[in-house]
Design a protein around this ligand. Structure first.
Ligand SMILES: NC(=O)c1ccc[n+]([C@@H]2O[C@H](COP(=O)([O-])OP(=O)(O)OC[C@H]3O[C@@H](n4cnc5c(N)ncnc54)[C@H](OP(=O)(O)O)[C@@H]3O)[C@@H](O)[C@H]2O)c1
Length: 268
């Protein structure tokens, strides 16, 4: 499956359609069993989502009948494919599941473990659900980290993987724009979950982060800064040279021959 899917928009609009809404939408959240993912499920329900697919490595149980569990590991292509086969329509895919381990770059296998989940896993899930998102003219929401912008040296392998996932998000945004699928990158700061348990620093509540993520999606923000720490970056990011260059580079999608976009551009 290539990224430049040829499945056309169906009923809800077309390229250039407005920001995704959560009310009455079908939403899928990965890593839904705990932390920010669990809060995202609750927030989607509170906002009136029609159905919430709660994906995890073990089935999630939830009292709300709008929640449907899905089971897959981000590193297991067959499980991801099987899960995608169980979903008939999808408006918003939230790639939230992620891995963070302390390291010092001494062991390359630790970098590989992070890339397997945070980069390749996220891309594999996106590819699997992309035909549904192009059909609905939906949205992809990648939960990244401020570490994608400035490495966090106590978790350097994680930072590498989130920087790579941010680059992937920027390219997907440009590649999918013609089909009306929006790609949001969430530049999350420290949040009070198992992942940041070892860090004694101020942290945002996962519930407020989840609220801010969907607020950003419904307002159409490309980068979402969902907590007080990350919000301090928002203004300079949006008006900055790097964002301007991203837009300039995105114009190359229209200028380049169609075929190499999906099969890999070389020489850049
Ligand atoms: N907490 C923070 O301070 C912070 C800051 C910046 C960004 N983030 C990002 O926010 C997202 C959510 O993190 P969190 O804080 O909620 O962390 P968390 O509480 O540690 O939860 C991580 C989630 O990812 C799932 N996961 C990990 N590896 C997986 C795999 N191979 N396949 C499927 N699921 C997998 C975990 O499932 P299991 O329960 O099965 O392990 C769990 O549901 C992550 O992408 C993280 O990088 C968090």
């Amino acid at each position: 499956m290539s990224i430049s899917s040829t499945t056309g928009p169906s009923t809800t609009g077309g390229p250039g359609a407005g920001p995704a809404r959560i009310a009455n939408a079908v939403v899928l959240v990965t890593g839904a069993n705990r932390g920010i993912g669990r809060a995202l499920v609750e927030e989607a329900l509170a906002l009136g989502a029609k159905r919430v697919y709660a994906s995890a490595r073990q089935p999630v149980t939830h009292p709300d009948s709008r929640v449907t569990p899905l089971v897959f590991d981000l590193t297991d292509a067959a499980q991801i494919r099987a899960a995608a086969g169980q979903v008939a329509s999808l408006d918003v895919l939230v790639n939230n599941a992620g891995l963070a381990l302390y390291d010092d770059l001494g062991d390359p296998s630790v970098i590989e473990r992070h890339l397997a989940v945070n980069l390749y896993g996220t891309l594999a899930v996106t590819q699997a659900f992309l035909p549904l998102l192009t059909a609905s003219v939906g949205a992809v929401v990648n939960v990244l980290s401020t570490g994608a912008l400035a490495a966090i040296p106590v978790i350097p392998a994680y930072s590498i993987s989130k920087a790579a996932a941010f680059s992937m998000s920027q390219s997907l945004r440009a590649l999918l724009a013609g089909q009306g699928v929006r790609v949001h990158a969430v530049m999350t700061g420290p949040t009070d979950t198992d992942m940041s348990r070892g860090l004694d620093i101020p942290k945002a509540a996962p519930e407020s982060v989840a609220r801010a993520i969907f607020r950003g999606v419904t307002s159409g923000a490309e980068e979402i800064f969902p907590d007080r720490m990350s919000a301090s970056l928002e203004q300079s990011w949006n008006g900055g040279a790097v964002k301007a260059m991203e837009r300039q580079n995105a114009a190359l999608v229209a200028a380049a021959p169609a075929a190499p976009v999906a099969s890999g551009m070389s020489g850049t």
